[in-house]
Design a protein around this ligand. Sequence first.
Ligand code: FMN
Length: 362
Amino acid sequence: MGQDFFYEKLIRPLLFKLDPESVHQSAHHALLTAGPLIGALPLRYSGQGLRVKLFGRELLNPIGLAAGFDKNGSLAPVLGALGFGFMEIGSVCAKPHGGNPRPRLFRLSDDEALINRLGLNGLGAQSVVTALAGKKFSLPCGINIAKTNDPGISGEDAVEDVVYSFSLVKTLPVEFVTINASCPNTTEGCLKESSVLAATLERVNAINDRKLPILLKLSPDSTERFLEEVASICKDKKVAGYVCGNTTLTREELSTAAERLNAIGWGGLSGKPLKHLNLRLTQKLAKLKSPEQIIIGVGGIANGQDAFDYLSAGAHVLEIYTSFVYRGPSCAKQICEELSAILKARGVTLSDLSAGHISATA
Ligand SMILES: Cc1cc2nc3c(=O)[nH]c(=O)nc-3n(C[C@H](O)[C@H](O)[C@H](O)COP(=O)(O)O)c2cc1C
């Protein structure tokens, strides 16, 4: 009996009877306290064919944990045990924030999806950096920063807010920094002004003494025109790549009843129904980006075929969040095993796939 069977048939039905955010907090606590024990479980993919380089650092596999699961980075010292190739801490904001009122996280089990409007809750950049300073991370990490959830912070103040977070997180031992320009769960929503983005990147570059690769996280709800504008700015400002992408505010082709969706209300949709949107976003950016820029594909990746689809569409590495909630702790390993079998059956390697869309070894 596999761990996936054990989780899906025995543990998940019990967890899914409870409030989603309380389960998340308990899982967090359990991972922190049981870290060394989890390390003894066989949750890591042990095959060889999925090693990949990300900004010069070798990852054991291309499946990362997406931003949002570990907003303050407290799990970075233990999460390596769960078989991820890397993880993205955050979003971290300049100021501490409690987020939106509860309830703000909902399961759509019939769609293997989640809706969240957490609203960038977190301890704030200074506390995160103080808590993580000197800690040893158990896997390669990126860190995701976003503008503080406060509509009063706009224009030049918005630039200042993000640059302040960058000035603090750049001291951590991370491989890259993602600027989250696409959180739908704040009063002001996604970044809409490309001039603010250009000014932010300019200022970040000016203090990026470690030459940390900067990525931009995009929204599947962006217009074609906005993406073109953003891609042009990102080429100009030497952005290292894109995370494609965030959750969507759209509610298309869902099995969940309209009454339930209405009762839940607004928030970002993630999981299976997001796949076709973020795959399309990946394809668009693969065409717009410069050859050396990379793409992290994320959105509805739950199995090896999903992973293969994103890699074929132009992603270099991948991230998951919602499938980890639905499939449990062995999810990354399962995806790796299935992806490896698909690559073998097709007679291709991961480098064959990325050779098609990046020119330098990222
Ligand atoms: C509960 C929750 C919280 C999230 N918080 C963040 C966040 O703070 N910053 C961010 O960039 N993305 C956040 N995301 C988006 C994920 O990183 C990811 O882009 C999205 O969920 C799509 O991937 P998935 O379908 O595998 O979940 C969050 C997602 C969920 C479900």
